[in-house]
Write a protein of this length. Structure first.
Length: 293
């Protein structure tokens, strides 16, 4: 099985891949993997250590180089592990990604971002890169890219015909997150959105996914403050305790924090953090979320 990562050189994936290969060489336990639990042990699942990875990024360098930088900045893992798995990391293919219609904050992260003005050009490149990697194997696409500015739904997002016209007309309403999801679903490849960016949830792509019977899931990975909300809010609900207000504080480093320092990009993240309370409680208490770099 193969997994194509959007944002392959980011902190989330480099940490994930070091953990994955660390398990392959028996340096780490399989702690935290639901696929290792009794709940799913009888399913015929791919061994995580046998998965092949590749991906797009707006910074072209090897995954090893990105993982090494992560180690220096964050001390997430030690150099001994990194050197052990270096040959595996250097084999992972990295292709030039797109950040079209994603705002200046994301564009500034690139070390060599040359953008075509035509959405169809980006679409063709994305599809060629993914299919060349996929070949005849099973494959999924996972979006781990930086948080994009919030996209307000327009008529261009409401049907697949409208979306196709928007692509033909180079509409600024079609962000990279939407384009990546379109490319995956259009080619019968399941899609996971680990980011708070607007992606496969637009009505047009839901329509396309249903018509082609392609699964697509996800809306923000929920690994920090929002994870805590999803644990505590149901507890208060089941204890019949009404919540009047909720204040959440996030202090982030790395590129994720730098991107979310921009109010335009921050709006997407705050929206997903706010919506989770309504989903858990069935009502919307007063809520304020701060994100500081």
């Amino acid at each position: 099985m193969k997994v194509w990562i959007i944002g392959i050189n980011g902190l989330v994936f480099t940490t994930t891949i070091v953990g994955t290969y660390g398990m392959k060489y028996e340096q780490f336990p399989h702690t935290g993997l639901l696929t290792e639990t009794e709940l799913v042990k009888d399913l015929d699942l791919e061994n995580i250590c046998d998965i092949e990875f590749g991906g797009h990024d707006i910074n072209i360098r090897s995954v090893y180089e990105s993982a090494f930088e992560n180690m220096l900045e964050n001390k997430t893992y030690d150099e001994r592990i990194l050197e052990l798995i270096k040959p595996d990391l250097e084999k992972i293919p990295v292709k030039k990604g797109t950040a079209i219609n994603c705002g200046e904050s994301i564009n500034e992260l690139s070390n060599d971002l040359v953008q075509s003005k035509f959405l169809r050009d980006h679409q063709e490149q994305i599809i060629n890169d993914i299919l060349s990697f996929k070949k005849n194997d099973d494959c999924i696409v996972v979006n781990l890219a930086s948080t994009e500015p919030l996209v307000e739904f327009t008529e261009e997002h409401m049907s697949i015909d409208a979306l196709e016209n928007a692509l033909d007309n180079n509409s600024c309403a079609i962000s990279a997150g939407i384009l990546y999801a379109y490319c995956a679903i259009k080619n019968n490849i399941p899609f996971i959105n680990f980011t708070p960016s607007i992606s496969s949830e637009i009505p047009a792509l839901k329509e396309l996914a249903l018509s082609m019977n392609v699964p697509h899931v996800g809306k923000d990975g929920k690994t920090g403050e929002t994870l805590i909300k999803t644990a505590l809010a149901p507890m208060f609900k089941y204890r019949a305790l009404k919540i009047d207000g909720w204040y959440g504080c996030n202090i982030l480093g790395n590129l994720d924090g730098k991107i979310l320092e921009n109010p335009i990009n921050k709006k997407s993240k705050i929206k997903t953090k706010g919506e989770v309370l309504n989903n858990c409680l069935g009502y919307s208490p007063y809520s304020k979320v701060t994100i500081d770099y």
